[in-house]
Design a protein around this ligand. Structure first.
Ligand code: ITT
Length: 202
């Protein structure tokens, strides 16, 4: 049975493939583009878990084992926003430059000791037989007052993980993928996935 990663975000896809192989999960995984899937998946859930499942199930209904990530940045001083709306915080289509400008503005004047935030990643896996599971990973840190670094994607240039003196965007690809929210969720995924597959696949 084929595994399909229900994502159109090429940065996420690269991170997920790399983290899974680092965790000994050597499955061949296709993307939506690889299977010629062009429909829009409407993410109208109210939690990361619901949205991750919506994406994973969209491909499971086509007969694939669907894997999906729903993720975002939750900022304490903004009551958890942008949260599940992180991709479209500054409107659609997703524009990371506009999102960063909007969040910097929203945090203007807020001192460093009240700029705590967490990146959240929920990975969902859905089988064509209707079975599914989700796992969650979080990475805590602070929101800086200016962009720093060129690597990564999205809010990475503004997020400094706890215990580091630089942003996600200043870490190498491999360094970020050791400590990120996505790394934590995918480590849990790699632990549960073999038993899930064994139970549901001949
Ligand atoms: P797919 O739904 O196609 O997978 P997406 O980017 O729309 O791609 P989400 O709906 O899960 O995915 O939104 C995730 C957003 O959260 C992403 O666009 C960034 O704005 C932010 N985000 C998530 N993980 C991030 C990371 O590791 N670094 C920076 N920003 C991240």
């Amino acid at each position: 049975m084929k595994f399909v990663l229900a994502s159109n975000n090429k940065h996420k896809i690269a991170e997920i493939k790399s983290i899974l192989s680092q965790n000994g999960c050597d499955i061949e995984i296709s993307s939506l583009a690889d299977i010629g899937y062009t429909e829009e998946i409407v993410e109208d859930g109210t939690t990361f878990e619901e949205n991750a499942l919506i994406k994973a199930r969209a491909v499971a209904t086509l007969g694939y084992i669907g894997i999906a990530d729903d993720s975002g940045l939750c900022v304490e001083a903004l009551n958890g926003e942008p949260g599940i709306y992180s991709a479209r915080y500054a409107g659609e289509p997703c524009d990371h430059t506009k999102n960063n400008a909007k969040i910097l503005k929203a945090l203007e004047g807020i001192p460093m000791d009240r700029r705590g935030a967490a990146f959240v990643s929920v990975i969902a896996c859905a089988h064509p037989n209707g079975s599914c599971f989700t796992v969650r990973g979080e990475c805590h840190g602070v929101m800086l007052e200016a962009l720093q670094g060129e690597g990564g994607f999205g809010y990475d240039p503004l997020f400094q993980p706890d215990g580091y003196a630089c942003t996600f965007a200043e870490l190498t690809f491999d360094e970020k993928n050791k400590i990120s929210h996505r790394a934590k969720a995918l480590t849990a995924f790699a632990e549960s996935f073999p038993a899930f597959l064994k139970k549901h696949t001949f």
